[in-house]
Design a protein around this ligand. Structure first.
Ligand code: COA
Length: 150
């Protein structure tokens, strides 16, 4: 694996990000209901998005929202979306992206980062737990709220 690095989303990477593939069964975990609802009130200025590159190849995407004024506490410092191209999963790229996101949160003075996910076979729960998130609650839609303290 060449050196992994993060870049801002750009005209030259956005197509590759949109064309990243998932493994069968992963689609249903991509967007828990709570994110869909929160998205309607997210301020674009508080969102952080990065592409993960391995050499010149786009292998992943990670985004977050950092907004101390967001109505729900668990959306004030939150991993919004992460995905790694199907062929590149299991190589440490997801962990790399989460670690950089936690660095970004620290540099903004955040004291924790949350993620909301649906538990279930084929979903991201085991990944989030391996990279340091622990369950701290549940949304009104039954999704898990997990947190990393910084
Ligand atoms: C979840 C996802 C981002 C993980 O990325 P990845 O690059 O495959 O993960 P990594 O290789 O960095 O794995 C990090 C750790 O999590 C573990 N892990 C990852 N996926 C796992 C799984 N499905 N089951 C068990 N453990 C898993 C790895 O074994 C590794 O553990 P270790 O570092 O202690 O050895 C990737 O599977 C994905 O894109 N899924 C589809 C999209 C999705 O569901 N996103 C989350 C909701 S937005």
């Amino acid at each position: 694996m060449a050196e992994l690095r993060l870049e801002e989303l750009s005209a030259s990477t956005i197509v590759a990000v949109n064309n990243m593939s998932l493994k069968p069964g992963q689609e249903e975990f991509l967007s828990p209901v709570s994110y869909g609802i929160a998205a309607t009130v997210v301020n674009p200025q508080t969102s952080w998005q990065r592409v993960v590159l391995d050499g010149d190849e786009v292998v992943g995407f990670v985004s977050a929202n950092f907004d101390p004024d967001f109505p729900q506490e668990y959306f004030r410092s939150v991993l919004w979306r992460i995905n790694v191209d199907a062929d590149d999963q299991g190589r440490g790229i997801g962990r790399f992206a989460v670690e950089r996101l936690l660095d970004e949160a620290r540099s903004r003075g955040m004291r924790s980062v949350n993620v909301i996910y649906e538990a279930g076979e084929g979903g991201p729960e085991a990944f989030f737990q391996r990279v340091g998130f622990s369950p701290v609650g549940e949304t009104e839609y039954g999704e898990v709220i997990a947190e990393v303290a910084l």
